[in-house]
Design a protein around this ligand. Structure first.
Ligand SMILES: Nc1ncnc2c1ncn2[C@@H]1O[C@H](COP(=O)(O)OP(=O)(O)OP(=O)(O)O)[C@@H](O)[C@H]1O
Ligand SMILES: [Mg+2]
Length: 142
């Protein structure tokens, strides 16, 4: 029997049926990618808070960016930057959906100073995750 076929009382659900019941049964769409762009000075605290609340995997990028002030009025390490792209840290993590709200709380608690440029959080659905070593899939692969 194909692993993609799921029996339910009324018959079989297949990927081709593309319906919500199939996706719910497979646990698909139960993962979310969180991208948090934060002030570099807050990174260690944010990372620790996320690890403490159970986020296992993350990817961290040193990035440059601007928000709606176009970087002009922000200061970084006490000096005003003349360039319009300021250093930020981007943390990218894919988590089971039940960890999304606690992770957002942890990020806001540790990253917020109340000043402009504190950063932003973006969420998007993740269709699948695969651990290369053993082909674990879905939440088990996180
Ligand atoms: N719409 C966006 N798309 C992609 N990246 C963004 C977006 N808005 C902000 N960023 C990234 O987040 C960083 C921090 O943004 P920032 O906190 O300044 O947002 P803001 O909208 O200007 O809010 P605030 O008024 O609090 O400064 C930016 O430097 C940029 O890297
Ligand atoms: Mg801004």
């Amino acid at each position: 029997m194909s692993a993609d076929l799921i029996q339910f009382p009324g018959g079989w659900l297949t990927p081709a049926s593309g319906n919500l019941a199939y996706n719910a049964k497979r646990g698909k769409n139960s993962m979310t990618k969180i991208e948090a762009i934060i002030q570099p000075s807050r990174f260690e605290a944010v990372k620790e808070a996320l690890t403490d609340m159970g986020v296992d995997g993350m990817t961290v990028f040193e990035v440059r960016g601007h928000g709606r002030q176009k970087g002009h009025t922000e200061t970084y390490r006490g000096r005003e930057y003349s360039v319009d792209l300021l250093p930020k840290v981007k943390i990218e993590m894919v988590v089971a959906d039940n960890l999304v709200d606690p992770a957002i709380d942890a990020i806001i608690k540790t990253a917020a100073t109340g000043k402009i440029g504190d950063g932003k959080i973006f969420l998007s659905k993740v269709d699948e995750a695969i651990r290369i070593r053993n082909q674990d899939r879905g939440v088990a692969a996180l």
